[in-house]
Design a protein around this ligand. Structure first.
Ligand code: BG6
Length: 461
């Protein structure tokens, strides 16, 4: 049995757009998520998702009370940039600031440490109209916003993440960076994405440095979608293709940890004719903003093969080769608890930095029984196995600060906009079409995670 560190942060995680609603309440500006819904730039399953989401903006006190009952030690959430700065820069919305200050105070009062993600994909529309992350000035916009937030939450928040899944620009350019693929020439798409990514990497480094200055002792980390890839066979060609995938996945954290681009990635740019405009001062900025810890989301592993006929399966915004040894969720994501142990050992060995898993969870359909109870043994089993494997990684020497499930409460899915793809320990009465009372109720997994936290990970039964 693993002895988890004494102050281990048992936590759970959400993102502003997927829970808050109140899309135009109290002076909030629009984000690209709102734009996507309102002008039809993107398709979603339920046209009012981001307008109401799960109405957290109006129900957060009730939700914090439930989190307290669960015994959470920390809660990861993201700040809506446009709620704080409606135009992205310039005028500050005091009501938006107050909302996050009050919310953090309530968490702290209940013994829950806030862990803040500054950017979880909701670029203010005003900045999107100025080119968004393609604009070379975008790092300054982000630094301005982060300064406002860190000054407002200094003394309340000690743990910060700059960008959620910073690697995701390449996989879903619109949601994460406001790049609309149909408006970019196909042969320029990769270059455009890497350029936007470069601006995010520089922005992240600027904010790491600023945050350390504004809040001495604060811990600032990067956040990566950990897409560990296995070779489908031990054929050297499969191994090489797999290695390329893994190097690409790690490169984003490499820059955050080491403050420079890996030579292999720069060579890959050259080979593919990708020109990323880097300012002369960028190298120094990246070096001056190295992170204190590395965090990742972990949902599944991927498999790679050079065989074009290899069977494929969907994953978290990726389509990979199917691993015949693993079961899948209803949405085809392959469940691989041992892959979490593998990933943590890999990350720790590579970076020698403390780690946090800041997203891990299973989207599943839940059934409400006649008496209102919700039995979700599949979710409990998913978490039991992942936490157990994380424990083994700790036993093997990996230094970990915390574990954050996705999510404490049902929320809108980022990739499918469904409510029926449920992740929470707390059920929300709302269907994919927005019908329902939004009432909260506790699933069996709620009581299970409570027990895990209370026993500091000893009781996983
Ligand atoms: C992560 C994102 O990639 O996966 C979350 O950071 C997202 O925003 C989560 O919700 C689960 O994905 P989905 O598409 O099932 O909501």
């Amino acid at each position: 049995m693993t002895t988890f560190p004494k102050d281990f942060l048992w936590s759970a995680s959400t993102a502003a757009t997927q829970i808050e609603g109140g899309w135009n309440a109290d002076g909030k500006g629009e984000s690209i998520w709102d734009t996507l819904v309102h002008d039809g730039t993107g398709k979603i399953a339920h046209g009012e998702n981001a307008d109401i989401s799960i109405d957290f903006y109006h129900r957060w006190r009730e939700d914090v009370a439930l989190m307290k009952q669960m015994g959470l030690k920390a809660y990861r959430f993201s700040i809506s940039w446009a709620r704080v700065l409606p135009e992205g820069i310039g005028k500050v919305n005091e009501a938006g600031i107050r909302f996050y200050q009050d919310f953090c105070d309530e968490l702290l009062k209940n013994g829950i440490q806030p862990l803040v993600t500054l950017y979880h994909w909701d670029l203010p529309t005003a900045l999107y109209r100025q080119g968004g992350w393609k604009n070379p000035v975008s790092p300054d916009w982000f630094a301005e916003y982060a300064e406002v937030v860190s000054k407002a939450l200094a003394g309340r928040v000690g743990y910060w993440l700059t960008f959620n899944e910073v690697d995701s620009v390449i996989r879903h350019p619109f949601t994460t960076a406001g790049i609309i693929p149909s408006r970019v020439p196909e042969d320029k798409m990769l270059e455009t994405c890497y350029q936007a990514l470069h601006h995010q990497l520089v922005a992240s480094a600027m904010v790491v440095k600023d945050c350390h200055e504004i809040i001495p002792g604060s811990k600032v980390g990067c956040m990566l979608t950990k897409l560990t890839t296995y070779a489908r066979t031990c054929a050297p060609d499969d191994e090489l293709a797999t290695q390329a995938k893994n190097l690409e996945n790690l490169f984003y954290a490499d820059v955050h940890v080491w403050g420079e681009y890996p030579r292999l990635i720069l060579k890959m740019f050259e080979r593919k004719g990708i020109h990323v405009e880097m300012l002369p001062e960028d190298a120094a900025t990246l070096k001056a903003g190295c992170v204190d810890f590395v965090s990742c989301s972990y949902y599944m592993t991927m498999t790679e093969s050079v065989d074009p006929n290899a069977e494929r399966t969907p994953g978290n915004t990726v389509l990979g080769v199917k691993n015949p040894y693993l079961p899948s969720t209803d949405w085809g994501w392959q469940i691989d608890p041992k892959g979490l142990r593998y990933s943590l050992i890999e990350l720790y060995d590579r970076y020698r930095k403390p780690l946090m898993v800041v997203e891990n969870g299973m989207g599943a359909k839940d059934v409400v029984e006649a008496d209102g109870s919700i039995h979700d043994p599949y979710r409990v089993e998913y978490f039991r196995q992942h936490i157990s494997e994380m424990g083994k990684a700790i036993d093997e020497g990996v230094e970990m600060w915390g574990y954050t499930t996705w999510a404490p409460i049902d929320l809108i899915s980022a990739s499918t906009n469904q409510m029926s793809k449920r992740y929470g320990f707390i059920y929300v009465d709302q269907d994919d079409m927005g019908n329902g009372t939004l009432a909260r109720s506790r699933k069996d997994s709620f009581y299970w995670y409570k027990k895990v936290i209370a026993s500091n990970g000893e009781d996983l039964d």
